[in-house]
Design a protein around this ligand. Structure first.
Ligand SMILES: NC(=O)c1ccc[n+]([C@@H]2O[C@H](COP(=O)([O-])OP(=O)(O)OC[C@H]3O[C@@H](n4cnc5c(N)ncnc54)[C@H](OP(=O)(O)O)[C@@H]3O)[C@@H](O)[C@H]2O)c1
Length: 341
């Protein structure tokens, strides 16, 4: 693979959206993984400019993105929403800074690399052209990590996925909304709905992102379109994405049809050998991946691996991962690690 950045002991890194749910986790992971940071620049909107964040036991003042000059940057980790990425990512890229963007703004552009390091690191070479790299949708990332080693063994024809997505996927305000509504309802008061499309406490909402003309949501389209781009394969994917009252970790019921035979036993063996995946699949002892166990961890957890008796060459998986870590911040930092390797 070509080298992306000149070899240095450490690199200037900006975190755009440093005060947000994903941005905070990016800061934690940069420190935890000892990423070679020379200068760290936390950026956000004018709302939080002047406030402080902590990185490696030092306080840093959050700067206003609108007034920031990116000329001295090597890498910018963007997690401040699509509109911010559309406006600022090209400006940062023009200054020869590699932008790793968590929003959906650039993911499906033909000349933008959409990367999951365990799946398609080779596609990163595309970033030499335009310096913008897209981080996929959180639900897509954890699913393709599980699909890829199986697809390499026997090509996948079709995937039917239903998601059970945590509120943290909708940002810090949605996390607060679940906590506040739960407290209110348990105190006999009514629940105010401000962030998510319906009451999330003690409820399940089959609606993530906006509805499209075909009746699917944009979140469902992201899973269907991004999976094929990342896997570089024409797989028929259909999705139903659902918000559940869980703070961290998305869970997914994934049904896969292969072009030829793939048994649950073989799939379990392949997945257990794959880096980045932990198989927890012991029905006798009632052991399977749980959102509560996956929260705060890095791997993609897979269990409930079983043959689908209703359809030839098909099986079911239950796939769980921390959406803020592997689904966003960790995946972005793994990409940055390739850039400086
Ligand atoms: N949460 C997830 O699991 C997840 C997964 C994948 C992708 N993403 C994507 O990551 C992005 C951030 O998500 P989040 O969950 O961290 O949201 P969040 O908790 O709401 O945080 C949003 C961050 O963006 C900043 N921001 C908003 N508007 C800005 C502007 N005009 N200029 C500069 N900074 C601005 C905010 O700064 P202020 O403090 O100044 O408001 C804050 O730091 C979104 O694009 C989201 O789709 C999230």
């Amino acid at each position: 693979m070509s080298e992306f950045l000149p070899r240095k002991d450490a690199y200037n890194v900006a975190v755009v959206g440093a005060t947000g749910t994903v941005g905070q986790t990016m800061l934690d992971l940069l420190a935890e993984r000892d990423f070679p940071v020379a200068d760290l620049i936390p950026l956000a909107s004018s709302r939080s400019a002047g406030s402080t964040i902590e990185f490696k036991n030092r306080e840093y003042i959050v700067q206003d993105l609108a007034n920031f000059d990116p000329s001295d940057l090597d890498i910018a980790l963007f997690s401040a929403g699509g509109d911010t990425s559309i406006e600022y990512a090209p400006r940062f890229a023009a200054a020869h800074c590699y932008v790793i963007d968590n929003s959906s703004a650039w993911r499906m552009h033909d000349d933008v690399a959409l990367i999951v390091p365990e799946v398609n690191p080779h596609a990163l070479t595309m970033a030499n052209k335009n310096h913008i790299i897209a981080n996929p949708n959180c639900s897509t990332i954890q699913m393709v990590v599980a699909l890829k080693p199986l697809h390499d063994a026997v090509p996948i024809k079709r995937v039917v996925v239903s998601t059970y997505q945590a509120v943290s996927g909708a940002g810090g305000r949605a996390i607060k909304e679940l906590a506040t509504q739960t407290r209110s309802l348990l105190s006999g008061k009514s629940a105010e709905v401000e962030v998510l499309p319906a009451r999330i406490a003690f409820n399940v909402i089959p609606h993530i992102d906006v509805f499209m003309d075909d009746g699917y949501t944009k979140e469902e389209h992201k899973m269907m379109d991004e999976t094929c781009k990342i896997m570089e394969a024409e797989i028929a994917v259909t999705a139903t994405t659902v918000r559940v009252p869980v703070f961290y970790s998305h869970s997914e019921a994934v049904n896969i049809t292969f072009t030829e035979a793939m048994t649950a036993e073989r799939a379990r063996h392949i997945l257990a050998q794959t880096e980045g995946i932990c198989v927890v699949d012991d029905p006798e002892n009632e052991d399977y991946p749980l959102a509560s166990d996956a929260a705060g961890t890095d791997p993609v957890w897979v269990g409930r691996i079983r043959d689908d008796h209703s359809c030839p060459n098909s099986l079911h998986l239950w796939v769980v991962a921390d959406n803020v870590r592997k689904g966003a911040a960790l995946n972005a930092i793994q990409i940055a690690e390739i850039l400086v390797r």
